[in-house]
Design a protein around this ligand. Structure first.
Ligand code: 5GP
Length: 208
């Protein structure tokens, strides 16, 4: 397989908070078992009720985060809704070398950075709701956001949606099971994108 540039692939999933993207990504990832790896980000955001350190995020102080930035620990990092979030590089490279599909639940800035870093192996999906009202309803039901934070997330949702054209797929998440099927199919197909191959090398190998 020396004609394949990297064994694994990266699947970026972005979308507004409340679109259901995290649940979708995590569930598909667990269904794909050893074939997939879910990247756990580091954040300075306060932990929500029910969240666990090392499971949902690595929760750190701003000082710790900035130290990691300085030490080049992150593949990408960004400020989202007033907090810092970052994707660690080492674990991702390890998973890619093992041929896994790496799931990244990151925002539009993260998507742009990861695409630049790994242009040949990134596939991306933007997940959103049918309309604004469904999103507000979901965020309220989740009950994790203050009125102010909800407002910030809604404004950011509109900004993020303007960047949908940068994504390979747009998934309007109305039915969880159906959405899961879409994400799973895209994830598996991402392993055989033509851009992952060095075609000249492949032809050379093929004709031997
Ligand atoms: P939340 O606070 O709701 O968990 O996440 C807020 C936003 O930050 C979401 O859009 C999520 O995808 C994004 N996010 C989470 N981790 C990262 C990361 O490592 N990098 C970037 N760029 N965005 C992230």
């Amino acid at each position: 397989m020396e004609y394949m540039k990297v064994k694994g692939s990266i699947l970026v999933i972005s979308g507004p908070s409340g679109s259901g993207k995290t649940s979708l990504a995590r569930e598909v990832c667990s269904e794909l078992k050893d074939r997939a790896y879910f990247s756990i980000s580091t954040t300075t955001r306060p932990k929500r009720e029910g969240e666990k350190d090392g499971v949902d995020y690595y929760f750190v102080s701003k000082e710790e985060f900035l130290k990691d930035v300085e030490e080049g620990y992150f593949l990408e990092w960004a400020e989202v809704h007033g907090n810092f979030y970052g994707t660690s590089k080492r674990q991702i490279d390890e998973a890619l070398n093992l041929g896994k599909i790496v799931f990244l639940d990151i925002d539009v800035q993260g998507h742009e950075a990861v695409r630049k870093a790994y242009p040949n192996i990134v596939t991306s999906v933007f997940v959103t709701t049918k309309n604004k009202h469904v999103l507000i309803e979901r965020l309220k039901k989740r009950g994790t956001e203050s009125e102010e934070s909800l407002e910030v997330r809604l404004i950011n949702a509109l900004h993020e949606m303007k960047r949908i054209p940068e994504y390979d797929y747009l998934l309007i998440n109305e039915n969880f099971e159906e959405s899961k099927e879409f994400i799973k199919s895209i994830a598996i197909a991402s392993l055989i994108k033509t851009s992952k191959y060095d075609i000249d090398k492949f032809i050379e190998y093929w004709r031997k």
